[in-house]
Design a protein around this ligand. Structure first.
Ligand code: NAD
Ligand code: TYD
Length: 355
């Protein structure tokens, strides 16, 4: 019987939360393959140091021989693919890395997995799973009155990021239909929570608020995102891995649609309560309107009823409870933020893990 899971991108925001939660609830070995781009941070996994249930490997999902070697050496029963370039603004600034990792990298990963899977015994073959972690952004943008994205919505990606994720979803689908690879795909809405890299809206605004910098709101701030606490995303992935129907896709979301301005105002209000500014002024004074993002999608919203109906999954956090926990986490983990923002986390990685 096969006994190990391979997580790719497990040093990033969602991947590291997933690995931490997995180890907390299971004795199964986790192989964590991550290239450690600017977004990968082994400090997220500091609490697993010395834990034999976690093996970290620095490498690229596009490295066929490396991936095949890991799958064979560790008798892997499931691959959970988080590895990606994930920031929309970076994809607008320079799309090439997004095509390389999200499209070409996923293709090579699928090829290595297909090689491995093809050589398994029949019962291991049917029990094997490839779970691809994707995004709601592949569905494009909604008007105010549109119903939320269902699994049956057309793919209409608008940014180089979402187009590259859409391409990877299509490849995953094709490997099931063509080769019979037992795949599952999840399309989740915007996540927030611990270890979120401070280039994304929520951690950026918490960090900027605390350091006296402007809180940049793109355009009119009325773009809507559907926010899900990262631990809820992780529990949804575990549930889909355990009981999802092979070849199917599942939308994951928290029914928490909020305009960006409201999200930032909420962050400011929580900070006013937990760590008031020394001059007594509200943090909302730091809100600043800046130039809008090119091609900015107006609204995302997820219809997560299928996941609830078929697999019994529901989020544990509301936006109110999750965002409070998140702000508190950032206040309690200022060193983590400082290491990232000063670039010193690279030194930390070399000192602690790679020498
Ligand atoms: P992230 O940018 O924080 O982490 C990505 C990780 O992948 C990093 O650790 C990075 O080093 C690693 N990586 C990048 N290229 C790699 C490569 N070629 N080989 C191996 N590792 C590589 O991203 P995240 O926010 O944690 O997102 C994880 C996944 O979830 C992505 O696939 C993303 O599209 C998807 N997703 C994210 C959100 C969100 O709100 N953040 C929502 C829905 C879906
Ligand atoms: P982001 O966290 O980058 O996630 P995504 O683009 O994947 O939804 O952005 C969330 C929303 O916040 C998005 O509508 C863009 C907006 N935004 C700002 O208004 N200001 C910022 O500085 C950032 C980074 C994002």
């Amino acid at each position: 019987m096969l006994t190990t899971v391979l997580v790719t991108g497990g040093a990033g925001f969602i991947g590291s939360n997933f690995v931490l939660d997995w180890i907390a609830s299971s004795d199964e070995l986790v192989i964590n393959l991550d290239k450690l781009t600017y977004a990968g941070n082994l400090q997220n996994l500091e609490t697993l140091k010395g834990d034999k249930r976690h093996i970290f490997v620095q490498g690229d999902i596009g490295d066929h021989n490396l991936v095949l070697g890991l799958l064979r050496e560790h008798n892997v029963r499931a691959v959970i693919n988080f590895a990606a370039e994930s920031h929309v603004d970076r994809s607008i600034d320079g799309p090439e890395e997004f095509i390389q990792t999200n499209v070409v990298g996923t293709f090579h990963l699928l090829e290595a997995v297909r090689d491995y899977w093809g050589g398994l015994a029949e019962n291991d073959k049917s029990a094997f799973r490839f779970l691809h972690v994707s995004t709601d952004e592949v569905y494009g943008s909604l008007e105010k009155s549109d119903p939320p994205f269902a699994e049956t919505n057309r793919y209409e990606p608008n940014s180089p990021y979402s187009a590259s994720k859409a391409a990877s979803d299509h490849l995953v689908r094709a490997y099931h239909h063509t080769y019979g690879l037992p795949v599952l795909t999840t399309n989740c809405s915007n996540n927030y929570g611990p270890y979120h890299f401070p280039e994304k809206l929520i951690p950026l605004c918490i960090h900027n608020a605390l350091t006296g910098k402007p809180l940049p709101i793109y355009g009119d701030g009325q773009q809507v995102r559907d926010w899900l606490y990262v631990k809820d995303h992780c529990s949804a992935i575990r549930r889909v891995l355990e009981a999802g129907k092979v070849g199917e896709t599942y939308n994951v979301g928290g029914w928490n649609e909020k305009p960006n301005l409201e999200v930032v105002q909420t962050l400011c209000a929580i900070l006013d309560e937990l760590k008031p500014r020394s001059d007594g002024r509200p943090y909302a004074d730091q809100i600043t309107y800046v130039k809008d993002r090119l091609g900015h999608d107006r609204r995302y919203a997820i219809d997560a009823r299928r996941l609830e109906r078929e697999l019994g999954w529901r989020p544990a956090e509301t936006f109110e409870t999750g965002i409070k926990k998140t702000v508190q986490w950032y206040l309690d983990n200022q060193e983590w933020v400082n290491n990232i923002t000063s670039g010193a986390y690279r030194d930390w990685v070399e000192r602690q893990y790679l020498v």
